[in-house]
Ligand binder design. Structure first.
Ligand code: IMP
Length: 220
């Protein structure tokens, strides 16, 4: 029998229902022969409030809480967002709710639901109106936390530096991807294939660090 057929693929569970994030993780996982999957029935689990002041605080909180639902398994959770220098680091940890003032009349930290990508992008464009390109620098940041049975095992950080455009460009990806121009390959993140995005993105970078740690560890 072909030994490859009976080889068990190692599986990492991810606490997300965001197909864009899962796609980013899957691209990097493929290169390492690891499988990633969402937590079964994730959308039925109680949500964890992302009220931390840093990406790391939120990633830890999610990983700790969700790992309790999958006993014995390694679970990763990420928190991520876009930091724009001309906006003093905003939207930052509030990236997913940046348009809350426009849609719900609430500040992002008071909002209890995410706002849609189009509205978030529209707010970024409005806030940056008139800011010249050399000053439209920013970065995507991702912090990944790995946990098992409610205990954090390690955290990993990845980032990607770019320029915020004055109009969307590209149809792939999610969130702020169409506005994020990545000079290294002269494309926005919304113009990348899933594999390219996992290679260049903040999430891909954090996940590669996680995979190095995971593979180098004899505990698993
Ligand atoms: P969270 O990590 O689920 O709390 O949400 C992060 C938010 O940041 C997303 O809703 C997006 O708006 C934005 N974001 C994070 N990563 C990316 C990315 O890879 N592309 C585009 N937007 C992103």
């Amino acid at each position: 029998m072909d030994s490859k057929k009976i080889e068990l693929k190692r599986r990492i569970l991810v606490a997300t229902s965001n197909p864009g994030k899962l796609r980013d993780f899957a691209g990097a996982a493929l290169r390492h022969g690891v499988e990633v999957a969402g937590i079964p029935d994730f959308s039925f689990l109680p949500t964890v409030a992302e009220d931390g002041r840093t990406f790391e605080a939120n990633a830890r909180k999610k990983a700790e809480a969700y790992s309790r639902y999958v006993p014995g398994e390694i679970l990763i959770a990420d928190d991520s967002g876009l930091e724009i220098d001309a906006l003093d680091g905003a939207p930052g940890v509030h990236s997913a709710r940046y348009a809350a003032p426009d849609l719900h009349g609430k500040e992002p930290h008071e909002a209890d639901t995410n706002t849609d990508d189009e509205a978030n992008n529209a707010r970024v464009l409005r806030e940056l109106n008139g800011v010249p390109f050399p000053e439209r620098t920013g970065r995507f940041v991702c912090v990944l936390a790995a946990a098992r049975d409610g205990k954090i095992l390690a955290t990993f950080r990845g980032s990607a530096e770019g320029i915020i455009l004055d109009a969307p460009c590209g149809n792939n990806g999610f969130g702020y991807d169409p506005l994020f121009y990545f000079p290294q390959i002269k494309k926005t993140f919304a113009e990348l294939t899933a594999e390219e995005k996992s290679k260049y993105s903040h999430r891909g970078a954090a996940f590669e660090k996680f995979l190095d740690w995971y593979e180098g560890s004899s505990r698993f």
